[in-house]
Design a binder for this molecule. Sequence first.
Ligand SMILES: [Zn+2]
Length: 296
Amino acid sequence: MIFIYTEKFLNYKEEGHPEGPERLKAIVDYLRKKGIKEFVEPIPCTEEDLKLVHTEDLINSVKNNDFFDSDTPNLPGIYEYAALSVGAAIMAAEFSAEGKNAFSLSRPPGHHAGRNTLGGFCYFNNMAVAVKKLLSTGKKVSVLDLDGHHGNGTEEILRNFENVIYVSIHQYPAYPGTGSVSFGNCYNFPVYPNSTSKKYMEKFNQAIEIIKKFNPDILGISLGFDAHMHDPLLEMPLSESEYYFMGKEIGKLGINFFIILEGGYNTQTIGKTCYCFISGLMKKGGKENEEDNGKF
Ligand SMILES: [Zn+2]
């Protein structure tokens, strides 16, 4: 697996905001400890890339720091960071199209950004841009959104498009209040707050069946770790062993994939949880919650 990352992603923050650089740093530090030391440097996306899914109004408002959202800080240079995050996502998608699975370890996240709206810590929709690039080359793509929140922006952008489905498992009710029903090419699996992990995994298995049936060329995974039981923002039930299991089940599909980091706000658990998911993916079998030596 190829890991796309740059320390530039750690260079902005708003004091006290849950989407801080320490999240990504915790993941990368954990991966390094496990022997993953090579990271490919991303390049920023172009404005043309952003225009594939976003309005000029949104692009300009981020570029000119001319916006307000109570959750999504208006910080100096945020356009450059957001464009770099989209660039990392595109790079991951392009690797997967060449048969090399890749993981974009980036921030800011993207799945709440709609065509003309930012929100939920997201400025531009990393996944939607990456998917539109793949679709333009004739690929059939499935998005699996495992963040604990519903990816309302990705759904809004990809709904009714040919050759793509959006599949999401998320807490409902919770921010952003969408994702209670499925329609068209969007398959939503809402999970009530404080449900059991068994309940969650039933939905996960249903989601996997839908992806199998659709039989995509490429699977894009919006990966958040806020469905973890110790995440401070949600009331979801998962532990490291479910993340390992989900990785393993996805790996068994045998579909080329790319991963984009979305949320996950417990810096104590996020690194190990991420590593367990990757271990499951690359192992495609073996003991539950087993960690290996990091040599994939
Ligand atoms: Zn989330």
